[in-house]
Design a protein around this ligand. Sequence first.
Ligand SMILES: Nc1ncnc2c1ncn2[C@@H]1O[C@H](COP(=O)(O)OP(=O)(O)O)[C@@H](O)[C@H]1O
Ligand code: SF4
Ligand SMILES: [Mg+2]
Length: 329
Amino acid sequence: MVDLLTVDHLGIGIPRGSNTVALVEDVSFTVRAGESYGIVGESGCGKSTTIRAIIRLLTGKARITRGAVRFDGVDLAQAKESALQSIRGAGIGMVFQDPLTALNPVLTVGRQIAEGLRYHGQLSAADRHARMLEAMRLVGLPDPARIAASYPHELSGGQRQRAAIAIALIASPRLLLADEPTTALDVTIQAQILRLLSDLRSRLGMALVLVTHDLGVVAQTCDRVAVMYSGRIVEEAPIRRIFENPRHPYTVALLNSIPRGSRAGHPLHPIAGMPPDPAHRPSGCSFAARCPNRQTDCEAVAPGWTPDAGGGGFACFHPARAHAEVPHG
Ligand SMILES: Nc1ncnc2c1ncn2[C@@H]1O[C@H](COP(=O)(O)OP(=O)(O)O)[C@@H](O)[C@H]1O
Ligand code: SF4
Ligand SMILES: [Mg+2]
């Protein structure tokens, strides 16, 4: 598979006084055409900031401070706003956590979906209308003509998220960025939306970057996953390796905190403590205060990246033991 998106030593900061606070310190990863890539970590680790930076939709005073974001030979970190506008939508679509904030309450759903075709070619009004109804069918919205004429508040939560996905897909992007797309929804609807995203990805041949705080969600949906902690990727691996052979103590802790079939009946183990405030990160490993494997050297300098034979790697001085490859029948 060819590389579609390369995030290369990306740093994102906000000014504070005469300094800059790094929200994201140094993040690198590559997404290949057609693959499903997960970014997982607790709230506050910098996941949203990272993917918003890809299409330069950072909030507040947050700015890219270093690094590159290459998509289709263009460095989006340096691109002009006019170039970004044509890449948003036709190149990269984005779905946010809360469909209500993504939708404009005073415009009909159909108008908002069709709006995504504004920058794309000389389509007639009739063609735009037909494409809009087709996108609504694609995301499984029932009775598209009626829903197109409705306002967001007239739809259920699941329908609104389907509409937000239709907005992201209308211009046929090659990459879909989805930031916690199911977190605001109830459990049954969550599963439907995840199935929809997986199904659309394979039918449309697009790549998907799925951001979530839930490793269970990436298990169902992703080929590879990056585990993010305190503004850095601390482990990356094909999804099977993450579950069978996690190396970073934070990944181990995340795995222990989720209910899985094999652990039914076992208590959940939420990770004690919180990720550090970006303005007050410790000088050594950011996970040190919460880490059961911590030793004195961990607090001196931040651990570098150790590549892994199966692709990916981890950043830790005293990782969990590597198991021999588990044979699969
Ligand atoms: N525009 C902003 N201004 C100030 N701080 C921000 C801004 N955006 C995010 N942050 C801070 O950056 C950190 C990472 O936030 P975020 O990327 O939203 O994490 P996640 O998506 O993993 O929950 C948090 O500490 C958050 O408070
Ligand atoms: S470097 Fe040390 S403190 Fe950090 S995760 Fe690894 S063992 Fe834990
Ligand atoms: Mg977030």
